[in-house]
Design a protein around this ligand. Sequence first.
Ligand code: ARG
Length: 586
Amino acid sequence: MEAITKQLQTLFDEAINISFPNLKDTHATIRPSVHADYQCNSAMGLMKKAKELGIEGKVDPKMLAEKLVSNLPENNLIGSNSVDKGFINIHINNEYVGQKVLSILKDGVSMKLDKKEKVVIDYSSPNIAKEMHVGHLRSTIIGDCLANILEFLGHDVARVNHLGDWGTQFGMLLAHLTEKFPDYLENPPAIGDLQKFYQESKKRFDEDKEFQKRAKDSVVKLQSKEPSFIKAWKLICDISREEFSKIYEALDIHGLVEYGESFYQDMMIEVVEDLKSRNLLVEEEGRWMFFTGKPKEVPLTIVKSDGGFTYDTSDMACIRYRVNVQKADRVIYVVDAGQETHLRTIFAAAKIAGYYDPDKVKTEFVGFGVVLDDKGKKFKTRSGESVKLRELLEEGIQRAEQKLKEKERDKVLSPEELEVAKKAVAYGCIKYSDLAQDRIKDYQFSFDRMLDDRGNTAVYLLYSLARIRSIIRKTGITKPIKEIASETKELVLNHPRELRLAKFLLKFPDVILQISESLAPHGLCSFLFELSVIFSEFYEQCYVIEKIGESDQVKINMERVLLCEATAYILSLGLKLLGIKLVEKL
Ligand code: ARG
């Protein structure tokens, strides 16, 4: 199914070509419109090119617009055009709309790509031995959704977890581990609370000079891959990994492949040699720095004065790997806005070093704002510590259960159904309320708001979907709707609200395409919310099951059943792309 704006664009590009053959590389601009279904305002732009068009004297935009309309190639998409000054108002052909709704029901929505790309998308990326915090939660939710959308479009997507599993913090962890549990090789200790363990070792590191030295030695031993230290390091990584995987499991995050910082250790050595040999590094007080030449820049530290590597070094090796080995056409980083400077400097340095060609590979920083509590303060526990994600998810479940009970859903749903519903609601709400925001802005986390069933929330959408499903169930139709659609030659839509709903459904591919470029998922949330509202307005006036006169007999309006099913399909698909689990009953 091709996006309508794209099809219109092709038609109007052609019209421009035919109308003004000597005009090169001018593309039509198509937008959704309140005056019609879509609008083309290219005539306004063409006015500025009067000379190239060979027009003398005063240029009349209306005349230009009319010329474009008269030169449109034959098509079944446009029903009618009307010209208002220089604007062309486009009305989509009703027959086309009916056919496309049938095709959604028969074949679903799949989209054709101009070019299939290899996309490497870096998201979640928590740090070993440290708590996964709300920032990582945002990265996980946004990254997963973007990866779903790009994959749905047919791109080859590699979902990468860039774990912070290397670096100096391991020195103190390893020194502490080897001293506290000298027999750790034979008897690996079960460290229940890695956080506490981290804090203990940090305390020793800050207070004890001798320990500090031993910690530094441990880093060297780790980086030179001494087997016993590698074993100790793995032990610690596994404990964290298990914690992370519980969160991924709960949030239904799949397909994320781990390429932690440690993965690039050998490549970092190569990168340092390469950059040094090409004189791209500057030595400053024993450190080796990379300057990209931007004013007031913070240069990258590629080698520290003690010879160790840094976060910068690993990201240089990493971007090189993503381009050269993973063969990425697009490298996307979903990381909090605080790291924008770091990553943009990496992009600039990698470009200078020739690690990628910006004409062929796109590097994109997908930043997001910090999480605030409902009072607008930084999100912390009452005692000022950072909120533990697992506890937050747990609270979500409790709040969702409370909400469902308030609405007396426990009287309608079986205990098993209630169990499924409360998880879907809790996790769905947490994800949706994050995705529905413009990601760049700071985000206020409020269970009360996200569990509200009236606004632009997951609960509202899940209820809408459950309601549409129940409307369809009530018709008693047992034959699969797909079969009914296949047997339907023509879907005739007469009522203005039927048409409005159907036309809105057809905008879905445009929305998806747009997000694949803007990488801003909130557009999909707004679309689904508007779809639910438009559906409600349709259902208010268009009965699906209609009583005939005073009798008990009823008539089922099949074209409306089909519209209900198509709406449910698009709504479910949209929610799935957002990463939200569906529930049959709520
Ligand atoms: N581990 C980092 C953090 O928690 C995020 C890593 C982002 N990805 C990257 N390639 N630098 O802040």
